[in-house]
Write a protein that binds this ligand. Structure first.
Ligand code: SAM
Length: 213
């Protein structure tokens, strides 16, 4: 994805109270950080943050952590959160390749992956956030009774992900190739990309999975 550099975004992130820095030192301490025992849900690759901000507003009883690789995108989420001031939402700027260094075993109750980058070349398959390599990373910190929801309009990526879920031994709870016209449509919270691609007429695929027993 080609990104427009947003001037001053790195500096803004470095000093913003809604961004957690030195995230690896937080491993095992996230509940202390939020000062409660509420479940922790994360979105990996949250982009400009519309979904996670709406979720945090809807569910004040849940703590949310949004993870995004690029400062130029993260800065847009920070701008929204600076207006909202939601006490149950913070962000981390990092590459999720190192995600298992940030969360302790069982520390996360739920993972959201929304419109993850497809990495279309085969040689980049391990970078896809639903690859076996990533699913194995999530197992290190996702609670045994936790789960993961993945949405995309990219059918090849979704088909790949269905295979990877099986290979990694995760349990399929349900899936659909057309979320907005399915029995699961009610209560769906839209992401920025979801709004854009569904407006173009693309059906949205969604799966809900659970980690291996
Ligand atoms: N989830 C948002 C949505 O649905 O509107 C954004 C989708 S956008 C296509 C994918 C986002 O994931 C981008 O902002 C990208 O920078 C981020 N991303 C991709 N790979 C990542 C990684 N390894 N670690 C953290 N963020 C990543």
């Amino acid at each position: 994805m080609r990104l427009r550099n947003v001037k001053g975004s790195r500096e803004m992130i470095a000093t913003n109270d809604f961004v957690v820095h030195e995230e690896e030192t937080m491993k095992g301490k996230w509940h202390d950080f939020f000062e409660n025992e509420n479940p922790i849900h994360i979105e990996v690759g949250m982009g400009k943050g519309r979904f996670i901000i709406d979720m945090a507003k809807l569910h004040p009883e849940i703590n949310y952590i949004g993870i995004e690789k690029y400062s130029s995108v993260l800065v847009r989420a920070i701008e929204k959160q600076t207006i909202e001031q939601l006490p149950n939402l913070v962000f981390i700027r990092m590459d999720a390749e190192a995600i298992e260094n940030v969360f302790e075993k069982d520390e996360v109750a739920y993972i959201y992956l929304n419109f993850s980058d497809p990495w279309p070349k085969d040689r980049h398959a391990r970078r896809r956030l639903t690859s076996v390599q990533f699913l194995n990373r999530y197992v290190n910190f996702l609670a045994a009774d936790g789960g993961l929801t993945f949405k995309t309009d990219n059918r090849p990526l979704f088909d790949f992900s269905l295979e990877q879920v099986e290979l990694a031994g995760w349990e399929m709870v349900n899936y659909t190739f057309d979320l907005h016209h399915s029995e699961y449509a009610e209560g769906n919270v839209m992401t920025e990309y979801e709004e854009k691609f569904s407006a173009m007429g693309n059906p949205i695929c969604r799966m809900v999975i659970k980690p291996p027993k």
